[in-house]
Design a protein around this ligand. Structure first.
Ligand code: G
Ligand code: G
Ligand code: NA
Ligand code: MN
Length: 255
């Protein structure tokens, strides 16, 4: 209850904001885009992440309200960077099951992009597999089809940690596979993680999907992934989640 009161306060005060983490083209080192990661400023000004505020995500109204604030920021920042003429690639944000639950997710997002004049190809929506099996899964499928058809890219997040992943790849309009960071971290120690990673990357490529590896922390990991044909990397090696205001300078100084 204390958590939910804090959540209500943070939402009312619009203290929900994204930090942005870069994604990098593993063969050229060029900036490929960003993922918006939710942060929550508490009363002392400390930034909290979803792991610290999990209970708030379990309440559908809060999850929806937080998602709206993230979308507001993503649209505002994307518009600003387009106006600055800086090349940022694409902007991705995470959407939770609750946000699809009432229907209208795709239409609302498309309308926001239209009114801000943001091309749909600039935007990527990340979902985890649980949105395909929970309550409201039929809304999810329809929403993802609409977005995909209009040019918004759909990314399947934490790939490999769910179940029936291969069926989901067939049934849903997935453009991007994000391989879970646990496989990347296992590379040095667990031969089976290397085998799974290679197989998943080959699968993604043969289905014509973009592949992204998360949690890349070392040059060795990046080299393995590049050799295995992974398109993009994301992780502390390339950059931590960074506050909104610092991103234009980060983009300009990228080489
Ligand atoms: O950034 P961090 O490590 O705290 O993210 C933890 C988890 O929360 C990740 O799995 C990430 O996908 C998820 N997450 C981050 N931002 C959002 C968001 O805006 N909405 C939803 N639904 N999940 C998010
Ligand atoms: O589930 P999702 O992939 O959205 O969550 C990503 C989470 O992992 C974010 O909270 C982010 O802060 C964190 N993260 C991103 N890159 C790295 C990394 O290279 N190492 C570690 N340990 N965590 C990372
Ligand atoms: Na994500
Ligand atoms: Mn992930």
């Amino acid at each position: 209850a204390v958590m939910l009161n804090r959540a209500r306060h943070a939402i009312d005060k619009r203290h929900i904001e994204p930090f942005y983490q870069p994604k990098v083209d593993l063969s050229t080192g060029e900036l490929a885009g960003f993922e918006a990661l939710l942060r929550w400023r508490d009363r002392l000004g400390n930034m909290k992440s979803p792991a610290d505020i999990g209970a708030a995500f379990e309440d559908a109204r809060f999850a929806i309200a937080m998602g709206q604030q993230i979308q507001d920021c993503v649209v505002e920042d994307t518009r600003k960077w387009l106006d600055y003429g800086i090349e940022f690639g694409h902007m991705a944000f995470n959407a939770s099951a609750a946000e699809f639950g009432s229907g209208g997710f795709a239409e609302d997002l498309l309308e926001r992009l239209r009114s801000a004049g943001i091309p749909t190809r600039c935007i990527e929506v990340e979902v985890v597999e649980t949105v395909f099996v929970g309550r409201g899964a039929e809304y999810v499928e329809e929403a993802l089809r609409t977005l995909h058809k209009e040019g918004v890219r759909i990314a399947l997040d934490d790939f490999g940690t769910g179940y029936a992943s291969l069926l989901h790849l067939k049934q849903f309009p997935v453009d991007v596979i994000k391989v879970d960071q646990s496989f990347v971290w296992g590379l040095a120690r667990k031969p089976e993680d290397a085998a799974i990673l290679s197989a998943v990357l080959a699968l993604g490529r043969s289905l014509g999907m973009t592949t992204v590896a998360e949690g890349v922390e070392t040059l060795d990991q990046a080299a393995f992934l590049r050799a295995a044909g992974c398109d993009l990397g994301q992780g502390y090696l390339f950059g931590k989640p960074t506050s909104r205001g610092l991103i234009p300078e980060l983009i300009r100084s990228w080489d």
